[in-house]
Design a protein around this ligand. Sequence first.
Ligand code: 5GP
Ligand code: ZN
Length: 113
Amino acid sequence: MSDCIFCKIVAGDIPANKLFEDDDVVAFHDIRPAAPVHFLVIPKAHVESMLEVRAEHAALMGKIMTVAADLARQQGLEEGYRTIVNTGRVGRQEVYHLHVHILGGPDVLPAML
Ligand code: 5GP
Ligand code: ZN
């Protein structure tokens, strides 16, 4: 997807502060952090959103979540964190390349919903 900003990060065409990368996923710090620690885990393949996720994506989705958990530990989020996946117009998704947000910090996060 030539017009997708996260595909450009995957391709190395625009810079990102990467935490992890393998054949399937990339993790990088959010450019506008909403918490002391705020990073994103994305598939390298262009999957637009959870609206496209099917059984064939099960292994990839599991990988994304286990990478998120490993990186959260590495980032010192031993007392917890928030994971968010915004999906579609109703979910206020801004970047249409599936991504899991991980937010945490030393203090308890503000309440939501
Ligand atoms: P969404 O609302 O789609 O779940 O959130 C997209 C997130 O991507 C936002 O938190 C935004 O700050 C982040 N973001 C958008 N463009 C870039 C970028 O070019 N680099 C990085 N590192 N993060 C980005
Ligand atoms: Zn993409």
